[in-house]
Design a protein around this ligand. Structure first.
Ligand SMILES: *Cc1c(COP(=O)(O)O)cnc(C)c1O
Length: 372
């Protein structure tokens, strides 16, 4: 089955195979393993030993994003968040419900974040200590330039948090070159092509020391995760970890090393192109223009045919070996298809073919985009 949902993603059998053992997380074998895994992740993020720390949290992307917001912003702290789409909205909600003050920067959903607009917003409001941004906006499929925005944040003397959940592993991240970044956050189960269950922040140690006591939550306090590592060792995971997920991640990172970030990005880009052109050839309309389309996720306009029903389409695809999401992430109805995971352009061509058949099966004659 191709999981094009997009995250969790299709994984290699060798990665899943790593999960078949019982593991004692306080055993020295695990400690050695996890110390090494932390360094591997740090290196992938372009972090510097002694300046940055890899901080794990059991759970998902929302948890680590909330943990970063709580840790690096004090209660009532104000943070600018470019309103890039559904995942920026999630960060806005996480910040608000944690008692921080998110200030959305309005922008077009199909636009890339304008670094100058961020610079102007920071200049106009000196109470904004931080900017949080989504690197790969999974809602729209647009990739945002965290390096260019970061340069403006740095110039303005403010701090930054990067949601790299659907970018990390495929897009470049060089935290050594971005000292304005308090933390970049991501999970095991998107472009790293491992299983879901662990989230990471790669964070600046000097800022973790400044921010002890901010979080107002023991579970989501990254300063405390850091403190735990200092007291109990870098091989120790605070509270019980899903150790099998970490074992699978280690194997997934071997494949990542072998492929390399640049080649992974090229493969995802090839996946996206085959799919994007393929659905256009079927008479469907991608939601983004080709010039804005990123390689992680493609939204496709729902066909205008009255027989259209997303769940029926999803159900007709499944026996053909393709699984996609059964919800919309865009203001107008679309279906979304992930191009990431252990999949190839041939798999994407197969998915396009399956979609053609599924559309026929559910009785779609008019494939033109629904007018909104
Ligand atoms: C998937 C995703 C998240 C949330 O991840 P969960 O693991 O579902 O909590 C956050 N941000 C982005 C950009 C994502 O793609």
């Amino acid at each position: 089955m191709l999981l094009l949902i997009p995250g969790p993603v299709t994984t290699r059998p060798e990665v899943r195979q790593a999960m078949t053992r019982d593991i004692a997380p306080w055993d020295n074998d695990f400690r050695h393993f996890f110390t090494r895994l932390r360094s591997r992740v740090l290196k992938l993020a372009g972090g510097v030993e002694g300046q940055h720390a890899t901080l794990p949290l059991q759970g998902c992307g929302h948890f680590i994003a909330e943990a970063a917001l709580r840790t690096f912003l004090p209660p009532g702290g104000r943070i600018l968040i470019p309103a890039t789409g559904a995942y920026a909205d999630r960060m806005i909600r996480l910040a608000r419900e944690a008692g921080r003050v998110p200030v959305p920067l309005p922008m077009g959903l199909t636009d890339a974040t304008d670094p100058q607009a961020v610079a102007r917003a920071l200049e106009a409001d000196p109470t904004l200590t931080h900017v949080a941004m989504v690197y790969s906006e999974t809602g729209s499929g647009v990739i945002h330039d965290v390096q260019a925005v970061g340069a403006e944040v740095r110039k303005a003397g403010r701090r930054m948090i990067i949601d790299a959940v659907s970018a990390f592993g495929a897009f470049p991240l060089d935290l050594a070159a971005q000292p304005e970044v308090d933390a970049a956050v991501f999970t095991t189960n998107k472009c790293l092509e491992a299983l879901p269950g662990v989230a990471f922040a790669v964070a600046r140690i000097d800022r973790l020391l400044d921010c002890a006591g901010n979080a107002g939550s023991w579970s989501l306090d990254l300063s405390n995760v850091y403190d735990h590592a200092l007291r109990s060792g870098w091989g120790s995971f605070r509270f019980t970890p899903p150790a099998q997920i970490l074992a699978a991640l280690d194997v997934a990172l071997d494949y990542h090393d072998a492929e390399g970030q640049t080649a992974r990005l090229a493969r995802y880009t090839a996946n996206m192109r085959i799919f994007y052109d393929g659905v256009r050839d079927l008479g469907l309309t991608p939601w983004l223009p080709a010039s804005r389309q990123g390689p992680v996720i493609v939204n496709v306009h729902a066909p205008a045919d009255p027989a259209w029903n997303l769940q029926a389409f999803v159900d007709a695809l499944k026996p053909r070996g393709v699984l996609i999401s059964n919800f919309y992430n865009t203001p107008s109805p679309t279906f979304r298809v992930g191009c990431i995971g252990a999949i190839t352009p041939d798999d994407m061509a197969g998915a396009v073919h399956a979609m053609d058949q599924a559309l026929r099966e559910i009785g779609i004659k008019n494939r033109e985009a629904v007018q909104t």
